[in-house]
Ligand binder design. Structure first.
Ligand SMILES: [Zn+2]
Length: 72
């Protein structure tokens, strides 16, 4: 699965949301950083952390990392 992370933090937070490329809720392409092909959302999260300190999974396409990400 291919993943992207939003360049812009979520409104009111400093979390950058990770989506799959298939997600209907992903941001516009110009606002995406391509994380390329990852084995799982956790790998996508680790890649996104090279760009941003605070990353979060999309509730719809990356729910495996949606809950865990807030504290670490
Ligand atoms: Zn999504």
């Amino acid at each position: 699965m291919e993943y992207i992370v939003n360049k812009n933090a979520q409104m009111g937070t400093d979390f950058h949301t990770i989506h799959t490329k298939e997600c209907s809720r992903k941001p516009k392409e110009k606002n995406c950083i391509d994380l390329q092909n990852c084995m799982c959302p956790i790998e996508a999260k680790n890649r996104a952390k090279q760009y941003f300190n605070n990353v979060s999974g999309c509730k719809y396409c990356c729910k495996e990392i949606f809950y865990k990400n807030k504290k670490d």
